[in-house]
Ligand binder design. Structure first.
Ligand SMILES: [Zn+2]
Length: 479
């Protein structure tokens, strides 16, 4: 059925169009009108799923840089929107029709205005060369419309964000394949040069991303999980990529003889105070504990568990991956008991557990099988939300021990106490001028960063893996 539908759409949508970049006529799967409509429809949904980063001055700054590049691009007839999204993932992406996004996670790793322009120019390149359209199948387009039709509950608890990630994930979030990426680098470099920046700034961006990717991969491998990297296509180091260098050299002919200042200080001053890591709106992880300012709760998982903060859920993973738990929330709009919620809303038949009252809140907790594995589901009501903590013991776990630990985690759920409120506030980047003798190891000790603070500070300052501060250099610290 699905195949048949896809084929029909494909025939309906296929039309010949002129590619704005190459000027060649080619078969496009959708018209410009359809392309722009997809961007327009999806933009608000994407903002709902990710959240816009709440700093109007920074948003205006990014839009301003983007506008300068868009004005010299091949599709200056589009009205481009540039949005900083509230995500600590390191990424940038474009929707068809000129909607471009950069995460605050990526902003943190950039070192100058020219590098920011490099990222935006690259994404404009995806739009002007119509990469999304060229790669879309009609099935994808139809799927987009369907999966985004749902309702998203801000904070946590819906699966729309997951669907946005799932559907876009194929191309928009993870890149378009080597040929299209290279084409976008070339277009970005060209727009940079024409807007008065040094096109080599693209190389700076790619170096930062490569270092970030190397670090993320090393950490993920050490923790036995899949790494996530921006456009994950760095088989070779950008400095050794001859095709990339050719593309950038070509754009250099368009650059002014003396490119404008790279805007390092202007950029750093703009991101002074930028949220780093989890934001208060998404909830803050502190080792095995989680604090959510806006939803007003905290809970603790067993010591040593790793927390993964997704837009729609909080995942907790036992050391070695032997057990997993996830916390989600659903809107509570009926006067029912937590046990009735389990039956009616979660579809669990005859749960045989116990009433619980963490911090005096109404709750119910029951052991049960989840996909054939020994698990436990606990439901806790707090402020018109039902929180659902579901866990399962996997291979190599002691199911009884996991079960006891998950019952304990449910019992640890409580409204934020006064003394915990500072813990629900995020870390922020702060500028600092290095003194003679400063070392990243010392700065790391003075930082609130957890985990490998020294490596993170090096990455933030373009000094990964072994660089050290130079006296007088303006650095990003994390406070
Ligand atoms: Zn790209």
């Amino acid at each position: 059925m699905r195949t048949f539908t896809a084929l029909t759409c494909l025939l309906l949508l296929a039309a010949c169009a002129t590619n704005p970049v190459t000027g060649r006529r080619e078969v496009a799967l959708m018209s410009e009108r359809q392309e722009i409509a997809i961007g327009r429809d999806m933009h608000p949904k994407l903002l709902q799923a990710y959240g816009e980063y709440a700093d109007p001055a920074l948003q205006a700054y990014v839009q301003g840089i983007g506008d300068r590049l868009a004005a010299v691009s091949h599709r200056s007839n589009l009205i481009y929107r540039f949005t900083v999204v509230d995500s600590d993932q390191v990424n940038a992406f474009a929707l068809p029709g000129g909607y471009i996004y950069i995460t605050r996670g990526l902003l943190a790793y950039l070192g100058s205005e020219a590098e920011l322009a490099g990222v935006l120019g690259h994404e404009i390149g995806h739009v002007t060369a119509r990469h999304a359209v060229r790669q879309y199948t009609a099935a994808t387009a139809a799927q987009l419309g369907m999966t985004l039709g749902g309702i998203f509950v801000p904070g946590m608890g819906s699966n729309v964000a997951q669907n946005v990630m799932g559907v876009l994930g194929q191309a928009l979030l993870s890149g378009y394949g080597r040929e299209h990426e290279l084409e976008s680098d070339g277009l970005g470099a060209q727009y940079l040069a024409q807007a008065g920046y040094d096109p080599q700034a693209i190389l700076g961006v790619l170096r930062a991303l490569k270092a970030q990717g190397d670090y993320a991969t090393a950490r993920a491998t050490a923790e036995g999980r899949e790494p996530q990297t921006y456009h994950g296509l760095f088989a070779t180091h950008p400095d050794e990529d001859t095709r990339l260098k050719e593309v950038l050299a070509k754009a250099s002919f368009l650059a002014p003889d003396t490119p404008a200042d790279d805007g390092r200080m202007a950029y750093l001053r703009r991101i002074d105070g930028l949220v780093y890591g989890d934001s208060a709106e998404q909830g803050i992880r502190r080792e095995n504990r989680f604090y959510h300012r806006d939803l007003d709760f905290a809970l603790a998982f067993p010591a040593g568990w790793r927390l993964d903060n997704r837009p729609d859920r909080l995942l907790a993973i036992a050391p070695g991956g032997t057990a997993q738990a996830q916390l989600t929330s659903q809107d509570l709009n009926q006067r029912i008991t937590p046990r009735e919620f389990m039956i009616q809303r979660l579809g669990i038949r005859n749960p045989s557990g116990e009433e619980i009252a963490p911090a005096g809140l109404p709750g119910y907790s029951a052991p049960l099988k989840l996909q054939g594995r020994p698990g436990r589901v606990s439901v806790i009501f707090h402020r018109k939300q039902a929180y659902i903590l579901a866990s399962a013991a996997l291979d190599g776990a002691d199911p009884a021990a996991v079960d006891a630990a998950m019952r304990q985690a449910a019992l640890s759920f409580h409204p934020l106490r006064e003394d915990e409120k500072p813990l629900a506030e995020p870390l922020r980047l702060r500028l600092y001028t290095a003194k003679a003798g400063d070392r990243f190891a010392g700065l790391a000790r003075a930082s609130r960063l957890t985990g490998d603070a020294e490596a993170q500070l090096r990455l933030l300052n373009g000094a990964y893996p072994t660089g050290e501060p130079v006296a007088g250099q303006v650095l990003k610290r994390v406070k």
